[in-house]
Write a new protein. Structure first.
Length: 183
């Protein structure tokens, strides 16, 4: 089974059936047809961990700022500034080779969705098998109990950007952030 087929199967298994309205549903409840409309499709934390465990060719980009990345990130993730140009994203993605699935994530999904939507078509044109955004970002990953690392090894800490986002962690004691002017 190729990577794209595996991803579609993961989404199909999780997607509800029927033509029920999407309004009021959480991101993991949207149907496959809604997912297919986006240039950069979502992938759940559990779905991504399964694809990673299957040794699929994944290129994982953390699009938070450098301090957030230093506190913790997903294993094998590469840091990418959220303000990166499409040209610099393409350059970085080429290192993963053609046929890789490119996955972006941030704290909860806003920055990574913006970056992925901007770069998705160009990445696919350059040979990416697919472009995905980690649903609920690093917070969703942490809440699923999946591993995080920092520069020295495993960690439980999560940089949540601010106190409001820290409330989304199932264990808010894991949160780290700085108070910032203007945010």
């Amino acid at each position: 089974m190729n990577v794209r087929s595996m991803l579609v199967c993961l989404f199909a298994a999780a997607a509800p059936t029927g033509a029920a309205s999407q309004a009021g549903r959480s991101p993991d409840q949207v149907t496959l047809s809604a997912i297919e409309l986006s240039a950069a499709k979502p992938i759940s934390a559990v779905g991504l961990s399964q694809v990673m465990a299957a040794n699929a060719r994944i290129l994982l980009f953390d699009v938070r700022n450098r301090e957030e990345y230093r506190v913790s990130h997903l294993p094998a993730a590469r840091h990418l500034e959220p303000t990166s140009t499409v040209a610099s994203i393409i350059r970085r993605a080429r290192r993963g080779g053609k046929g890789a699935v490119v996955v972006f994530y941030c704290t909860i999904g806003a920055r990574s969705t913006a970056v992925a939507e901007t770069a998705a078509d160009a990445l696919k044109a350059q040979g990416a098998a697919d472009v995905r955004v980690l649903e609920l970002g690093i917070i969703g990953w942490a809440n699923a109990g999946l591993p995080l690392v920092d520069r020295v090894g495993p960690t439980r800490l999560v940089h949540t950007f601010d106190a409001e986002r820290a409330q989304h962690l199932t264990d808010p004691a894991r949160a780290r952030f700085e108070k910032r002017e203007g945010y």
